[in-house]
Design a protein around this ligand. Structure first.
Ligand code: HDE
Length: 756
């Protein structure tokens, strides 16, 4: 029915068996097609774009809406064309002098196709290379209106946003669940221009002065000789740096804690880290720290789980974010601010607010909610959006200003600079994802990748040719006017203030704020990381740092390393704990959590009912069975999402088991090496199921069994009376109790706490 297809086939048929050129002067396909592979589709009108395929509605520098139009350029016609719009008849064969002859230089299609491919990659970000992003909206409460005139924080304003989460150290192709700090950067497309909040999931930073940033990053990145290890801090250069620059101690203990291995981007806090200065309509200023509070709570993986996931699903966080948004479980964070008087000392309760290695305990300055972020749309093109988004701490709007934090000053320089290399020139604000949604009327002109067609003849001001435009605005017409704060006087020095010298009281506060199980995790993390260092001197120096935080911490790590624990060299700080820092305790919503429902064929009706109940609760049920395919038949048929070969416990937040899936004949084949060789003897539980159960148990996950599942527990070394192990009469009864347990994230009692 399709004229093009008919024509192509005719030409091809005509060519077969012909020694000469194509008939009738029509170029033909120069080789036989594989007879078994049909063309997948017929030329047709393009599909209407999916609602989530359009780019953000942006306005070009010339005032034309462009983002959405540009995003639809790709794959939008019946016929394949080259970059100039000329239709192509073949894209699989280069132009040759005869089917076995040399390729001809005149093949302009080959040249263009390969040239473009050769340049598909751009340099990855020097830090935060690996990330995942999503679109959303920010709804302001108006509660910040008394302290800032920023329009997007006035009452009830909705602002489109794009958020990108990231790891810091690893390359773009590294794994998601490594121990690292996470980036949490949000671009607000406000009516007054773009505001970027470029934060992390840890409230403090490694260093106090931007001039050390290249050094700390060099130390954390793989060793320059062999380029290993990838995306890891567990190596000599990193620990060498942080033990010699003890200002890094606070950041280091935070990410040796559970925040270094988040369960999900959806379950992380975010922090602006630096102190910012808000300015209200009257010009009054307030110092603030920004916080993002996830509605789902702050949750982490356990280390063993994180390491298994690195192999089993390196895209774990990226997948989790995209799946949750696609399923309608839109993650939400409340934006909050801690406010401090803008005093000349720039301190609060003795804490230096210009030192970015400091946090202010929430108990001293409560986090006041000012708006709600909802991520509700996945990017339609990773490269165009997540890769090309360019954040900058200097993207500020009237009402939000910076302070003299020396780290922030360096960032204000760095973020624009890095985009020139990464995005190839100064016009990256014109990329659809970076375009402001406020009208742009700048006098920036030309340059690499200029896509705007600027009008007028006088890109300078004042001028007498373009009607004198543009005019400058004032504070009353929404100009960004720097807060006229007094600058401290002084000599030119390369020095830090005296107050930057306290490196241990804040990490001690963090340590004292942790629950016993979190302390065990921290001791375990230091023991692992230092255990991976080769240099004895680095281990000993780090133990000295730990001794200055807390003797119990130091002794725990020293024991694991087989080294003596040194005495502190500074008096231990007398600080009160900040309970808000602990992740344990509290009950949280379960949106988008994943439950594995395992069956070897027992009680399929019950499995169906559980699956339905999980879905109704806004969670994700994954049915696990010996092989892929379908279980049961008719209306009750269940699709298997994971076979015993593809399932691994780390994917699930809780596991339910219907019956005892025994070896059942030849279901376990040597093709799946996951659980080792098949155990001998009839009636033994399938080793892949017992691996799944023992891992889930070890990782503190709720486990529920019914329909005669007790032997499965026993064979997996899971005591039926252990905390968080449910034996119930039916699947739905098991689910109900397991769901209650999941609200606390893990069955914490299961973790032994020898020191706690
Ligand atoms: Fe960054 N940082 N940074 N950083 N940073 C970058 O900018 C830099 C710092 C953060 O998803 C780079 O576009 C310096 C603190 C995030 O695209 C670069 C200093 C915090 C992201 C850069 C810091 C951050 C970056 C690399 C010390 C938390 C990813 C690519 C003065 C508050 C943003 C890029 C995204 C990215 C420089 C310290 C957060 C090179 C010089 C502190 C979330 O410009």
């Amino acid at each position: 029915a399709n004229p093009l297809k008919r024509a192509v086939h005719k030409v091809t048929e005509g060519l077969h068996g012909e020694a000469g050129g194509p008939p009738d002067g029509i170029p033909g396909r120069p080789g036989p097609e594989s007879p078994s592979v049909a063309e997948p589709t017929e030329p047709r009108e393009p599909l209407p774009p999916k609602p989530d395929q359009s780019g953000p509605d942006t306005v070009s520098p010339t005032g034309q809406p462009t983002g959405a139009d540009q995003a639809r350029v790709a794959q939008s016609g019946s016929y394949l064309t080259d970059a100039q719009g000329t239709r192509l008849y073949d894209t699989d064969h280069s132009l040759k002098a005869g089917p076995r002859g040399p390729v001809l230089l005149q093949d302009h299609h080959l040249r263009e196709k390969v040239m473009h491919f050769d340049h598909e990659r751009i340099p990855e970000r020097v830090v935060h290379a690996r990330g995942a992003g999503a679109h959303g909206v920010f709804q302001s409460y108006g509660t910040a209106a008394s302290v800032t005139k920023a329009a997007f924080l006035a009452a009830d304003v909705e602002t489109p946003v794009f958020t990108r989460f990231s790891t810091v150290v690893g390359s773009r192709g590294s794994s998601d669940t490594v121990r690292d700090t996470r980036g949490f950067a949000t671009k607000f497309y406000t009516s007054e221009g773009v505001f970027d909040l470029v934060g992390n999931n840890i409230p403090v930073f490694f260093i106090q002065d931007a001039i050390k940033f290249p050094d700390v990053v060099h130390a954390a990145k793989p060793h320059p000789d062999r380029e290993i290890p990838q995306a890891q801090s567990a190596h000599d250069t990193f620990w060498d740096f942080v033990s010699l620059h003890t200002e890094a101690t606070n950041h280091t203990i935070f990410f040796m804690g559970d925040r270094g291995i988040p369960r999900s981007y959806r379950m992380m806090e975010g922090f602006g880290v630096h102190t910012f200065r808000l300015v209200n309509a009257e010009g009054a200023t307030t110092l603030v720290k920004f916080h993002w509070k996830p509605k789902l709570g702050v949750h982490s993986l356990v280390w063993d789980e994180a390491q298994i996931i690195n192999g089993v699903d390196p895209d774990f966080h990226r997948r989790d974010l995209a799946d949750a948004i696609e399923a309608g479980a839109h993650p939400q964070w409340e934006l909050g601010i801690q406010t401090f008087p803008d005093n000349p000392e720039q301190t609060f309760e003795g804490i230096d607010l210009l030192d970015p290695t400091n946090f202010v305990p929430e108990e001293l300055a409560p986090v006041q909610p000012v708006g709600l972020l909802t991520l509700n749309r996945n990017p339609s093109n990773f490269f165009a959006e997540t890769e090309q988004v360019a954040f900058h701490v200097g993207h500020l709007v009237p009402g939000i200003d910076v302070t003299d934090d020396p780290l922030l000053a360096g960032r204000l320089f760095s973020y624009l600079d890095t985009q020139i290399t990464r995005l190839g020139g100064p016009n990256f604000p014109q990329l659809p994802i970076n375009r402001p949604q406020a009208p742009v009327n700048d006098m920036l002109r030309d340059g690499m990748h200029q896509t705007a067609v600027h009008r007028g003849v006088a890109p300078y001001r004042p001028n007498s040719l373009d009607g004198g435009c543009p005019f400058t605005a004032g504070a009353d017409t929404n100009a960004f006017v720097e807060a006229p704060v007094r600058v401290p006087e002084g000599r030119k020095v390369r020095e830090a203030p005296e107050s930057f010298a306290d490196h241990f009281s804040q990490p001690r506060r963090f340590w004292l704020s942790m629950s016993p199980v979190e302390r065990e995790h921290i001791i375990g993390a230091y023991t692992f990381e230092l255990g991976k260092c080769y240099e004895q001197a680095i281990r000993e120096r780090t133990l000295q740092v730990l001794a200055n935080i807390d003797p119990e911490l130091c002794a725990g790590v020293a024991e694991g390393l087989g080294l003596p624990a040194p005495e502190p060299t500074v008096p231990l700080a007398d600080v009160a704990p900040s309970p808000a820092l602990s992740q344990v305790g509290g009950v949280w919503p379960l949106d988008g959590r994943v439950i594995g429902i395992v069956t070897g064929g027992a009680d399929l009706e019950g499995v169906g009912a559980v699956r339905e109940a999980v879905l109704n609760a806004g969670m994700v049920p994954l049915v696990v069975a010996p092989t892929g395919g379908t279980l049961g038949s008719g209306d009750a048929a269940l699709t298997v999402q994971r076979s015993y070969v593809t399932a691994r416990s780390v994917e699930f937040d809780a596991v339910l088991i219907a019956g005892t899936p025994d070896m059942g004949g030849d279901a376990y084949t040597p093709r799946d090496y996951k659980a080792g060789p098949a155990p001998a003897g009839p009636g033994t539980i399938d080793p892949r199921v017992s691996l799944l159960l023992s891992e889930a148990f070890r990782h503190g996950k709720a486990i529920g069994v019914w329909a005669g599942g007790e032997p499965a527990l026993e064979a997996s070394g899971v005591p039926a009376d252990a905390p968080g192990v449910i034996v119930a009469d039916s699947g739905t009864a098991a689910l109900e109790r397991v769901t209650e347990l999941m609200g606390s994230h893990r069955v914490w009692e299961r973790f032994t706490t020898p020191r706690g």
